[in-house]
Design a protein around this ligand. Sequence first.
Ligand SMILES: [Zn+2]
Length: 337
Amino acid sequence: MSELTWNHLSILQKEVFTILENSFSQNRLSHAYLFEGYRGTKKKATAELFAMRLLCLHPKIESRPCGMCPSCKNASEDVHPNLFWIRPDGETIKKDQMKKILAEFSKTALLHQPRICVIVDAHKMNTESANTMLKFMEEPTADAYFVLITEQVDAMIKTILSRTQVLHFKPIARQILTKELRAIGVSERLCLLIPEYTNDFDSAVELANHPMYIEMVDFANTLYIKALAKKESLLLLSKSKKELILSSNETFDFFITMLLVLQKDVYHMKKHLPSLVVDTIDIELITQLAKRSSQSMIEELLQQMLELKSRLRYHINQSLAFDNLIMHLERGLQYGI
Ligand SMILES: [Zn+2]
């Protein structure tokens, strides 16, 4: 499943990994963890590594799984007999699902290794399944571990919450995400710009590899290049991309965000704050545009983009909004009016 290593994840979620490593090395593991945090913060991959570490036949000195032994391999391919995953069956995690897995748990293990149960979307446990789990936890079953995963910690059943050690997964920092994208060979501009749109690791990788999103990043940049050159109508230029950009609310939102990044870059350059410029690839372009535009025009364009972004939540005429946006860009950047 996971292609990420313990090392990688320890960079993405430093605090969580420090806690886990210390617990392993001091032999003070909790029997129930709750991994809590936004989507794309690597909770599942961490649960998988946690299981690997517990099952690993030759763990490394620094309390990490070896990643090579049959146990590690089986755990990472989700075929280890001692590793169980529970996911909601429809809207809830039902009592029967819990009972079935816990029955497996109680059987004499074929392999004398710890048993781990990972519960995905744990806030979807109903009271009955929560009680089933709690009852199981009260019995002195050696070597059983639970990892509960949730994006909605507030919706967790309180009795469960109080019995777990909560580990908070933070949104992944922009610079780290940029570095990670670089490491997998994503082009430099995308590495810089995509983390401005999302801090969800998996979405960022998906967007960086999606031709449609790559095209939109390039086109936003093209618009600024053409605006500087003053030779072509931006409105005409954008006609061929309009359908692509307006194909969904998300694509439109993404495109506006890319324009916003560039416009903010121009703003920061105007303010003599080059260290805040995000798209540093074409710094000359940003510098020239900043020189040519007035402060008030730069701010006005920024304001329009921000407003449009917030209006996307409502039913608006997107075609008209798109034309307006490009027209403003043309007037502002190209003619300064
Ligand atoms: Zn191993």
